[in-house]
Design a binder for this molecule. Structure first.
Ligand SMILES: Cc1cc2nc3c(=O)[nH]c(=O)nc-3n(C[C@H](O)[C@H](O)[C@H](O)COP(=O)(O)OP(=O)(O)OC[C@H]3O[C@@H](n4cnc5c(N)ncnc54)[C@H](O)[C@@H]3O)c2cc1C
Length: 54
């Protein structure tokens, strides 16, 4: 069981996977709730690190 499985109580069904592009507040919020709904979520982010503003 991985971290995604633990957060959703191990209810991830086969084939229910989502790729979220962008780890801003919208992407991370979407990833959190999709995971809570049972999706296996992968988040990719193009920025190398945190930005200084915004
Ligand atoms: C200078 C500045 C100051 C701000 N100050 C405030 C403030 O004080 N209070 C406030 O509430 N809001 C503030 N905002 C607004 C706030 O930053 C945005 O409303 C909020 O970040 C939008 O979130 P988002 O997730 O939609 O987009 P973003 O935060 O822009 O996140 C999108 C992410 O997707 C990534 N991305 C884009 N394309 C790709 C790709 N092809 N592949 C992978 N990753 C990708 C980006 O690198 C980024 O990390 C500020 C904005 C700016 C520019």
């Amino acid at each position: 069981m991985n971290r995604s499985d633990q957060r959703s109580g191990g209810r991830i069904a086969a084939g229910r996977s989502v790729l979220v592009s962008g780890a801003g507040i919208a992407g991370l919020t979407l990833a959190y709730w999709l995971n809570r709904c049972g999706y296996a979520v992968t988040v990719v982010e193009r920025a190398a690190g945190l930005r200084a503003s915004g």
